[in-house]
Every structure is written in structure tokens, then in C-alpha cells.
Ligand binder design. Sequence first.
Ligand SMILES: Nc1nc(O)c(N)c(N[C@@H]2O[C@H](COP(=O)(O)O)[C@@H](O)[C@H]2O)n1
Length: 156
Amino acid sequence: MTIYFYKVWQPYGCFSNFSPHGIHIDGAYWPTVEHYYQAQKFVGSRDAAIIPLIHAAATPEEAATLGRSGTRQLRRDWDLVKTQIMREAVLKKFLTHTDIREVLLKTGDEILVENSPTDSFWGCGANKSGQNHLGKTLMSVREEIRNLLSLTVIYE
Ligand SMILES: Nc1nc(O)c(N)c(N[C@@H]2O[C@H](COP(=O)(O)O)[C@@H](O)[C@H]2O)n1
């Protein structure tokens, strides 16, 4: 069975980057993965001054609106690094928060899909044939955490 998720208040909403599960990463605390991800778009760019504003955004929706402003310059390597940046942040989220880690592990080997009607890169898009990189990231993180836990059991 494929598990679809999207909005925080829907089933499996904790898989959304907008869920209220903060992370400590790169020496700072970020209220959601979305805040961190949107800010990373501007590291080293001419518009890096937006980073503290994204960091301080009251909601992940506000952080996303700031990060999606079409007039600001993204870092040059953004398309090359964005999936790795996302993976590190999502891994940190599920290593930090035990309750949602259990939810993720309990999905076993099910396919996870971000059911975004507007995003065919991170999600599956309106016609369900998008690349689903967030779902793939979550499945990869699930596998890594499983491996980490099995090593812990062996060496304890
Ligand atoms: N608009 C929106 N609402 C949500 O509740 C979402 N979960 C998403 N998807 C997330 O948006 C991020 C991609 O943003 P960019 O298009 O790169 O600016 C990513 O975190 C998706 O999972 N979107």
C-alpha cells in the first residue's frame, strides 16, 4: 500500500517538512525543516540577507513564501545540492524526535509519496507521476535509521 502525505493536519502529516519538529543543524536551531531548507537556497548568494528573516519566520508557510520569492538570487549550486541538503535535514528531524521516528519506522517498506498537487519535484504533482524526491528521501532516511538501530542492538 502506498502512503500518501501532504498537509500537516492530514494523515502522516509529520512527514511534511512543515511539521513542527525543530532541528539543530549547522550550529543553529530551526523551527521546521522547511525553514532550514528555504534558507539554504541563499547561502553565499547576493541575497543572503534574507536568511535571518527566513530563520525568524513565524510559520513554515511564511518561510516558504520568503524563500520562493522569484526576484531573489538563489545560490548558484542550488540544483546540485538541494536533495543532499534536504536529506541531511530530514535525517536530523527523525533522529531528533523519537515519536515521529516510530511513525516512520512503522511504515515498514511501504512507498511514501508527498501528495503535492503543485510540486512534481519533491512531490508527485497533480497527475501523480512526479519525481517524489521528498518521499524518496524519507524512504532512504527510514532505511538509514533502521541500519543504525540494528548496529546499536549488535554492539550494546
Ligand atoms: N506549499 C506547500 N505546502 C505544503 O504544506 C508543503 N508540504 C509543500 N511542499 C514542500 O515545499 C518545499 C519545496 O519548496 P520549493 O518549491 O523548493 O520552494 C518542500 O519542502 C516540499 O516538501 N508545499
